[in-house]
Design a protein. Sequence first.
Length: 230
Amino acid sequence: MIKIRIDNTNYNIPSEWSDVKLFQYEKWFDSEINNKEDEVAFVAKISGIDLEVLKTFPVSFYNDLVQMIGFSFKDAEYMPKNSITIDNINYSINSEEELTLAEWVDVEAVLQDNDNRLSSVLAIVCRPIGEKYDTKNLPERIKLFNNLSMDVLFPLFTFFLTLKEQSNKIMKLCLAVQETTDQLHLRTEASLKNGVGTTKLWKWRMTIYKKWIRFYQKVLLKFSTSYLTK
């Protein structure tokens, strides 16, 4: 954290991810920078300096400020992690089980329209091991996550993103399996119409099908959640 004083006002300028709390990050994490005006607004949000006040400062000061918060312009690189310890309590994202209907509905709701959607999602899916989901715990849990620094939370978010990528790959592979099955079915039907022997055709079909299934099982195992967490 870099402390500066301007016109009798003190500012705490974050210089690394450990200086940024989740409630602060939620204010600017989805900002788009398409031009210089967007960049200035982005710098104002991170530094905590009012935009109109920032515009009155010299360009040299602005350039120094951009250097101070340079970390925020780069991708945060953290290894994925599905658990965290807070006040000696282990919180975990259970990736081995499907979300309950209540969790699924609430996650969808906060992602669509919620200024605190990052902390809300964590409050829903990241809980003390063995705890059942209860909406009554959300306000307190959101407050808990909001006050944690991003260097602590990024591994959890990276875990989410990695799962999403793996899920997309698995979906593509499942579609490939279905496509292979459909093709075999069409070939079987065509061969039957052309008079090919049923027994021989069935053995040929199952041989090819099993070959593809063994291949996809190996690939799916590579992208499975248990493989990821290990």
